[in-house]
Design a protein around this ligand. Structure first.
Ligand code: UDP
Length: 412
């Protein structure tokens, strides 16, 4: 089966037909995506399936990864944090290195970048590419995956100078958009329905995962998958669980997350969560190895309800993942969760452990409502948050930018 047929199987034939038509308008255009890491992190996760899918649609799509030293990545980490609002500014030498590394990478990739019809530069790390390429032919798009709504002013001034000459920029949510002297577009993130984390595993894999963690498949289960981070409010989830279990005997809770070992704050939060859980055998605090996608998938599928009770959240991919698995989601009333959890339809938005407990009780007492909302959630995820939708919006943007270029030539 071709990749297009596999995506048609989950996203629908009409969606794939639409993609084919849009790609047809671009007639084999060359598209280069540039980011900073070949794996790990959301950008790589999306580019991994996006490139082969684009190629099957007839585009000449490639993905280049910026090469930099540890000092360079230390600097871009600070830029990243500053764009997200931290009051941190790399020193002049670090910013010079940033520019130098960008220039070196541009030299390495020059004929390709100069010739490409479209170049997508992801996040701040390679943002200075364009200023080292005065001879570019194609349209350049800065794709910002982070929350740029309240940046540190000096760092933003620096970055703004790099991205101002682009033809367009893309942000993930309306709230993240920063004014720039070119059109900005809002394209929310998406999940890949064919990835290990999101494809249908067989029932045996779900059963085996439950057995491995001592979960009783006959009893109700709520699951939150998150890094151990205070903004994800894992302690609040335990409080909600304790209130709900009074009305739902046998209720089980899984709080699963990874990465606490090499993140000092994560380890601290994990210790708090374990202390709060105490010796309750029905609260399962699990530390997962990174990239254990099959386990995440199986836990989300084993759940009756997926919880993401964040106090602050960028987008919340775990919400999309839960919805895609046909589970209603009880989510914190914040950030991108609001875009996904349509109150009373795909789940419930909550602002307190009490609110979460009330909704847990309601959904576990009302199987029909739970199944209906789960089905609505899956449909909503299918329509709005799959990779195919994101690619459709990228293609539409490319067509629009190409036509704008034509207009300019005609007007000139
Ligand atoms: N995730 C995972 N293992 C973990 C914790 C999280 O694979 O132990 C995944 C989760 O399934 C999701 C992503 O990491 O795909 C987290 O994205 P989200 O937008 O929910 O939160 P972030 O961590 O970016 O704040």
């Amino acid at each position: 089966m071709t990749l297009l047929e596999r995506y048609a199987g989950v996203a629908g034939h009409d969606v794939m037909e639409h993609l084919r038509q849009l790609a047809g308008l671009l007639e084999g255009a060359s598209v280069v995506h540039v980011n900073a890491t070949p794996e790990g992190g959301g950008v790589a996760e999306i580019l991994t399936p996006l490139i082969p899918l684009s190629r099957e649609l007839g585009l000449d799509a490639t993905w280049e990864v910026l090469e930099g030293s540890p000092e360079f990545f230390a600097c871009t980490k600070r830029i990243h944090n500053a764009v997200q609002g931290q009051r941190t500014v790399p020193d002049a030498a670090a910013l010079e290195l940033y520019d130098e590394v960008n220039a070196r990478n541009v030299r390495r990739l020059t004929p390709m970048l100069e010739e490409a019809d479209f170049v997508f530069i992801h996040d701040p790390q390679p943002a200075a590419f364009l200023r080292h390429l005065p001879q570019r032919r194609g349209r350049w798009i800065w794709r910002c995956h982070i929350d740029a709504s309240h940046p540190e002013p000096r760092v933003w001034r620096f970055l703004r100078e790099m991205v101002a000459p682009y033809d367009a920029s893309i942000f993930s949510l309306p709230a993240f958009v920063r004014p720039l002297p070119h059109p900005s577009y809002v394209i929310p993130p998406a999940i890949d329905p064919l990835s290990e984390k999101n494809q249908d595993p067989d029932a045996a894999a779900v059963k085996a995962t439950c057995a491995r963690f001592g979960l009783d498949p006959e009893r109700p289960l709520i699951v939150q998958i998150s890094r151990f981070d205070r903004f994800k409010d894992p302690v609040g989830v335990i409080v909600a669980y304790r209130l709900a279990v009074r009305f739902v005997p046998g209720l089980q809770l899984v709080l699963a997350g990874g990465g606490a070992a090499d993140d000092p704050e994560g380890a601290e939060v994990l210790a708090e969560v374990r202390a709060e859980a105490g010796d309750d055998p029905d609260i399962h605090v699990l530390e997962l190895p990174s990239r254990d996608d099959l386990t995440v998938n199986a836990l989300q599928r084993a759940a009756d309800i997926v919880v993401q009770k964040s106090l602050r959240e960028g987008f919340g991919l775990t919400v999309t993942e839960g919805m895609w698995k046909g589970r209603p989601v009880i989510g914190g009333d914040t950030g991108g969760i609001r875009l996904q959890v349509v109150n009373h339809h795909t789940g419930f938005l909550v602002s307190s452990p009490e609110g979460a407990a009330l909704r847990i009780r309601y959904l576990l007492y009302n199987q029909q409502a739970r199944l209906r909302m789960g089905a609505t959630a899956r449909e909503f995820a299918r329509e709005s948050f799959l990779l195919t939708r994101q690619l459709r919006e990228y293609l539409t943007l490319m067509v629009a930018l190409r036509d704008r270029a034509g207009e300019r030539i005609r007007l000139g």
